[in-house]
Design a protein. Structure first.
Length: 150
């Protein structure tokens, strides 16, 4: 899992508008008005996996080999401090919608990306806005991934 997360972080770093990329260990939770991130950010976590047995390889450790199907969660967040109303100046609107543009660019970089030699491609599963009351705009995007011979 470590290599998978590190390779995802490297791929995310190609999107230069993201100022902070890290494993999601709760940076956006329970920190009051000042989470320990730079804006905009993307936090990544291998959220869950279901495993099944595929056989034994006596040359591998462990010998019992498995296949996994799991989810990788990307939390995108930014401070929402600019006007996005219909009559707002275009430069303010561009800034207000920056996060959505970042999410679209990230999708072009990771949809179909294989972050590990034993992994399948990342395939987008869901997109949800996370409602907050602290001025942070947050979206959660989940991608599915298959892992083989793990």
């Amino acid at each position: 899992m470590k290599e998978l997360l590190l390779n995802l972080e490297t791929q995310l770093a190609t999107v230069t508008a993201i100022q902070y990329i890290d494993e999601d260990w709760g940076q956006l939770d329970d920190y009051g008005p000042n989470p320990p991130v730079k804006w905009p950010c993307c936090l990544v976590d291998f959220a869950d996996a279901d495993y099944s047995e595929i056989g034994i390889d006596r040359s591998a450790t462990p010998q019992n080999r498995q296949q996994a199907f799991g989810s990788v969660t990307f939390n995108f967040a930014n401070r929402k401090i600019t006007n996005s109303s219909k009559n707002a100046p275009i430069n303010q609107k561009d800034q207000a919608y920056l996060l959505l543009g970042i999410i679209e660019e990230v999708h072009t970089k990771i949809h179909g990306f294989r972050p590990d030699a034993n992994s399948g491609s990342l395939i987008r599963k869901s997109f949800r806005r996370v409602k907050r009351d602290d001025g942070i705009q947050q979206y959660r995007v989940i991608y599915n991934i298959g892992l083989n011979n793990v």
